[in-house]
Design a binder for this molecule. Structure first.
Ligand code: ADP
Length: 187
């Protein structure tokens, strides 16, 4: 299974991606997690991307694409994956198409996790208090939501035109959402 999960910051994508991937037996690959872990470890990649994460801006496509290309080439991703946080721009969509074409694979589905913008803003602020993520401050959250609307929301149409999108309501309890996601993939 090769899947993408799309949705605004705070929609619960990360949590749901991990749960769903576990059920499906494929790795959940989160570009945000990979970037954050590199920042925490102070790797060269981490030093390169920190400024973008802190500001709520997207990391340049060249950096992101190379990282994803390498990650998808790792053995655990060969039989399938659930991508969380990638692609986020139309240029990234093209690169992913290329990566998949190289290995003669195709996407099975693109899950759109739908969430209310007011709810997600409030969720992110609450999470900030608990997890202390550097980019969960009010200004940066606002910027992340803006960048999402401008650059990533249009990807739903791109994939809808290919008949791949499954819309799933992201509101409600975590378990309910996971069940809905699993059901959406059965259909
Ligand atoms: P969220 O969806 O809550 O904003 P993520 O963990 O998916 O959180 O991403 C955090 C940050 O990592 C983004 O704001 C951006 O700076 C960077 N990032 C993650 N994925 C990408 C991507 N595909 N392209 C560019 N930047 C990315």
């Amino acid at each position: 299974m090769r899947l993408i999960i799309l949705g605004p910051p705070g929609a619960g994508k990360g949590t749901q991606a991990k749960r769903l991937a576990e059920r499906l037996g494929v790795p959940a690959i989160s570009t945000g997690d990979i970037f954050r872990s590199n920042v925490e470890r102070g790797t060269p990649l981490g030093r390169q991307v920190k400024q973008y994460l802190d500001a709520g801006e997207y990391v340049p496509d060249s950096v992101t694409n190379e990282m994803v290309h390498d990650r998808l080439g790792e053995p655990d991703a060969l039989a399938g994956f659930l991508l969380d946080g990638y692609p986020r721009t139309t240029a990234q969509v093209e690169v992913l198409d290329g990566i998949l074409a190289e290995s003669e694979h195709r996407l099975e589905a693109v899950i759109e996790l739908v969430a209310d913008t007011e709810v997600v803003g409030a969720r992110l602020l609450r999470r900030a208090e608990i997890e202390g993520r550097a980019d969960d401050t009010e200004d940066v959250i606002r910027r992340r939501l803006e960048v999402y609307q401008e650059q990533t929301a249009p990807l739903t149409d791109v994939y809808a035109a290919r008949g791949l999108v499954r819309r799933v309501d992201g509101m409600g309890s975590m378990d309910d959402v996971t069940d809905r996601l699993a059901k959406a993939l059965e259909g």
